[in-house]
Unconditional design. Structure first.
Length: 73
């Protein structure tokens, strides 16, 4: 499954790169991209683990940039 989420208050490209690296290390993630320019995060992960992967990805984002919000819809 592949899904894109909007990010609110992502402040810098360096933080986006750190988030992307951390998300790619999550078990079940096939690919991930965090774009500072578009303020979006795309995750490609196994269907059966997708909800858990998204939850862990949000935790990674909060660790790097506590003010950043992920729009989950």
């Amino acid at each position: 499954m592949k899904k894109t989420f909007k990010l609110i208050d992502l402040d810098c490209a360096n933080c986006a790169a750190k988030m992307e690296t951390a998300i790619k290390k999550i078990d079940g993630v096939n690919n991930a991209a965090v774009s500072f320019m578009t303020q979006k995060m795309t995750i490609e992960a196994d269907d059966d683990k997708f909800d858990e992967v998204v939850k862990k990805a949000v935790e990674c984002i909060k660790k790097v940039e506590p003010d950043c919000t992920v729009v989950l819809k």
